[in-house]
Design a protein. Structure first.
Length: 237
């Protein structure tokens, strides 16, 4: 775990799922509860404070998370990493959970981070990238789809629920960190590296909007549509 600054407030990073979401919750959750005996309301409160999520989205993530954990009462933070509940294989930045292990590995694999960022550096987007004077290569839903196809081809097949979770957590990142570079929209890859690899909110980033549930659903759908297109292209080759 590590501390970060966001609007002058320290935050504590913890593993939330397979880490495609960024592994962060608000520090005051941990400070108030020592990471233990957390209610759905505690988690929702932290998600809103850290990511500027809308109340419906934060409550949805929290209460659905408790349902998937099969918990009626409160939880400790480490329980969220239990394999096969919220956490899943084919993470974009973590190795799969070894057979027989109850909890997923927490180590971020630099090799996987580099491959993820390379999926955004395609040069397909007009006017994007250092060659056009823009140092910020942007990652969008199509780039995420390319990365998800790569990982899912390398790992055991995900069931429908966890495939949706994998797309949804990246949909949240794309929405929370979205920025513009000319006509292009996406997440700067250096922000993505800082978020995932260094487990901190990106330097210079400040929330510009409230991230809502409908927007996340739309982004997850865009990732799924692009994945279906890539898979169709693979079959036709």
């Amino acid at each position: 775990m590590s501390r970060v600054e966001h609007d002058g407030q320290p935050r504590l990073h913890v593993r939330f799922s397979s880490a495609d979401l960024g592994d962060e919750l608000s520090e005051f959750i941990y400070s108030a509860r020592d990471g233990k005996n957390l209610s759905p309301w505690d988690l929702a409160w932290g998600l809103k404070a850290c990511y500027n999520l809308s109340t419906p989205l934060a409550l949805f993530l929290s209460f659905v998370g408790f349902f998937l954990l099969r918990k009626i009462g409160n939880v400790d933070l480490h329980e969220i990493g239990r394999h096969g509940r919220i956490e899943h294989d084919a993470s974009l930045v973590h190795n799969d959970t070894p057979k027989g292990k109850k909890y997923a590995p927490i180590k971020i694999e630099d090799r996987l981070v580099n491959l993820l960022l390379a999926d955004a550096k395609t040069g397909d987007e007009e006017g994007e990238g250092p060659e056009f004077g823009d140092k910020r290569v942007l990652m969008n839903a199509t780039d995420v789809a390319r990365a998800r196809i790569r990982r899912e081809n390398q790992c055991p097949r995900l069931d429908g629920l966890h495939a949706e979770i994998a797309r949804g957590e990246m949909g949240i990142i794309l929405g929370v960190l979205e920025t513009h570079a000319g006509k292009n929209v996406g997440v700067p890859v250096e922000w993505m590296r800082e978020w995932i690899s260094h487990e901190r909110l990106p330097s210079g980033w400040k929330p510009t909007h409230v991230q809502g549930l409908i927007d996340v659903v739309s982004r997850a759908k865009a990732i799924r549509t692009a994945m279906e297109r890539f898979r169709a292209e693979e079959k036709s080759m």
